[in-house]
Each structure stands twice: as structure tokens, then as C-alpha cells.
Ligand binder design. Structure first.
Ligand code: ATP
Ligand code: MG
Length: 332
């Protein structure tokens, strides 16, 4: 069963002198029980997608187009109240930099209690014991629920935000860069914790991160974003083991640990595309080592490849095998 379905989502931001085409015709769907990854470098539109799904775009952001259904229900035009209820009951959201957005003058436990009581009529006592239970679940000492955010380390604060998001046992957990800014060992622990909880609650996961290594370890399927476009999409096995898109190949080379085939991480040279106009060429053209004249004519469609659950947007998708070999052994 499809849990979340996103069709042709287009989001723009209006700035003083421009329109930013942040998310451009993005489609993907997440089945029940699936862990889904959204990957792409900074500015590719990951957080914008999450915020658009949840109706949490900033004031200058607009969903221009697109249909979003959750559990079969169209959630594109919910009222504020319906949306707030959905956000807690059905979808848990751990926003980017969540650990820095805890209220510094309220104890962590009280913040979670307040969140629970905003949605369920439970007594203070019951809410408090639920918070203790949640602290235990995320690996925090339940005796510390009266501590304030500054009394916790970054990793512990992130656990608090996870506990808060999980309070009502949602069907889908959306976690935006849940481990960024934490040291590697803590990162692993947080990811393990999210997975453990998610399995226990039988919920699906939408994991947003620029680190495809993390997605390779935790997700079943993914979309690779660049300049607001999905460049490649499908099962982790297909996309990350046999990428057909030069952007994915480049990303993979920046994370050599995925298949161990590259000793040194190489960043993709160049800078992200200008989003101030609709793309008239492949959005990756300026940085793509395999670009030809044809790539300047239009942005390629995302097309299905013969193997199941694999789609790619590249004018030269038929030369993918050759490009993979060349990408691994650049001449320079
Ligand atoms: P990161 O990895 O840095 O979190 P991201 O993939 O989440 O990046 P978004 O935050 O979704 O990227 O941003 C997508 C694009 O939209 C970027 O070019 C960004 O500068 C632009 N953008 C985001 N928020 C706004 C805003 N409020 N006003 C104008 N432009 C914005
Ligand atoms: Mg982001």
C-alpha cells in the first residue's frame, strides 16, 4: 500500500528581485514499511520538499503545482487544524536543526508534555510517565526529564527532538538531516535508534540527508535531487550500485565507503545551478563531465529503465555503463 504519494510537486520562493524554482516537478512515493531517502547536496530542495508536504513552507514559499496524498487522502489543501493534527498523529517531523530549536527556558520534559497535551487529553501525571517512557526509548535517562536543553549534549538534544516527534506513534517519520553536526559515533547511534524505533512502531521513514552513505545503510529506496529536480530514483540497490546518472556517480565518488572502490573522496567540481529561471538545459550540464550539445537543449525527462524500480534523468542514459567506468578512472 502506498503511504505517501507526491506527484509533480513544484515549489517556488519569491524574493525581492527573483523567483527561486526550488523544487521542480518532483514525484515519488513511499510504500508502507519502506525507508525512503532523499539525497542531494545543499540547496537541491530537500527541506523544501519536506516543508511543502507538511504545509510548513515559509511565507514566501508557494506550492505552484502538485498533488500530495497520504494514506489515500489528499493533503494538499488541509485546514490549519487538520494539518496540525496530521503532523502529530500521522506524520512525525524532525526538522533540520531541530536540536537547536528546543525552547531554552522550558525543561525538555515539559516541552514534550505540552506537545502531547495539545493533541490528547491526558493528565499531567500520565503525560509525564509517557515522557519518561519516550526518554527510555530514545536512550536517554528518564530521570533527566526535568533538565533544560543546555544541560544536554547535541546528540542528547537530538534524541529529545526524536522523542517529541514520536510521542503519538505516527505512521511516517520525516527526519531532515537528523545527524548533521553530530560526531560520527553519535551519528551512528542516532540512526540506529531511529531505525530501531521505526521498526518497533512499524512506521515508514523519509530520511533527508546529503550523505548518501547514511541512506545506503538505512534505506530501501531513494531519490537523488539536484537543482530541484529528481536526477535518479529507485531501489538503493539499483541506484547506488549501478547508477545511470552522472550526478549520482559523482555523489558516489564523494562517498567512497559505499562500495570501497574509490580510495579518495572527490567532490564534484563547480557550483549549484541558478534556480532563478526554469531550466532550459539539463540542470547538471555545467558540472557534468559527460555533457554534450544535446544536454543544452532541454532538461531530460525522468524515464523508467528496464530493470524494475529504477528511473533516471539523463540524455545519455544509454551510455551509463561507459560513464561509470570513466567516472571511476578519470583521466586527469
Ligand atoms: P541543505 O542541504 O543546505 O539543507 P536543501 O536541499 O534542504 O539544502 P532547500 O533548503 O530546500 O535545500 O533550498 C532549496 C533552494 O531554495 C535553495 O536554493 C535555497 O537557497 C532556496 N530557498 C530556501 N528557502 C528559501 C526562502 N525562504 N526564500 C528564498 N529561497 C529559499
Ligand atoms: Mg535542508
Amino acid at each position: 500500500m502506498t503511504l505517501l504519494d507526491v506527484e509533480n510537486l513544484k515549489v517556488t520562493y519569491t524574493t525581492e528581485d527573483d523567483t527561486v524554482h526550488a523544487v521542480n516537478d518532483v514525484s515519488f512515493s513511499i510504500d508502507e514499511g519502506v525507508n525512503y531517502g532523499l539525497a542531494g547536496e545543499s540547496g537541491s530542495g530537500k527541506s523544501t520538499i519536506a516543508e511543502a508536504l507538511l504545509g510548513l513552507l515559509p511565507g514566501n514559499g508557494t506550492v505552484e503545482r502538485g498533488k500530495i496524498t497520504f494514506n489515500g487522502r489528499d493533503i494538499t489543501s488541509l485546514s490549519d487544524t487538520e494539518r496540525r493534527d496530521m503532523l502529530w498523529e500521522d506524520i512525525a517531523y524532525i526538522p533540520q536543526s531541530a536540536m537547536d530549536s528546543l525552547d531554552p527556558v522550558m525543561s525538555t520534559g515539559d516541552q514534550i508534555i505540552q506537545a502531547i497535551q495539545a493533541h490528547r487529553s491526558v493528565s499531567d501525571e500520565k503525560a509525564r510517565s509517557r515522557v519518561e517512557e519516550l526518554f527510555e526509548i530514545v536512550g536517554l535517562d528518564p530521570d533527566r526529564i526535568d533538565d533544560y536543553p543546555h544541560e544536554f549534549s547535541g546528540g542528547m538534544r537530538q534524541r529529545v527532538t526524536i522523542a517529541m516527534a514520536l510521542a503519538l506513534e505516527p505512521d511516517l517519520i520525516i527526519a531532515d538531516e537528523p545527524t548533521t553536526g553530530l560526531d560520527v559515533i553519535v551519528q551512528d547511534k542516532i540512526i540506529d535508534k531511529i531505525l530501531e524505533i521505526q521498526e518497533r512502531m512499524d512506521s515508514s521513514l523519509l530520511l533527508i540527508t546529503h550523505e548518501i552513505g547514511v541512506i545506503a545503510e538505512t534505506c530501501d529506496e531513494l531519490s537523488i535531487l539536484y537543482g530541484g529536480k529528481v536526477m535518479e530514483q529507485g531501489s538503493v540497490d539499483n541506484v547506488l550500485v549501478n547508477p545511470t546518472n552522472p550526478y549520482t556517480m559523482g555523489l558516489k565518488n564523494s562517498f567512497p565507503e559505499i562500495d570501497g572502490s574509490n580510495e579518495d573522496a572527490v567532490a564534484i567540481p563547480g557550483s549549484p545551478p541558478n534556480l532563478n529561471h526554469e531550466p532550459t538545459a539539463c540542470v547538471f550540464k555545467d558540472r557534468c563531465p559527460f555533457a554534450t550539445d544535446e544536454c543544452g537543449d532541454s532538461h531530460p525527462d525522468l524515464v523508467s529503465l528496464p530493470n524494475r524500480n529504477h528511473r533516471s534523468a539523463c540524455h545519455h542514459v544509454d551510455k551509463a555503463a561507459q560513464m561509470r567506468r570513466d567516472a571511476k578512472n578519470p583521466e586527469t
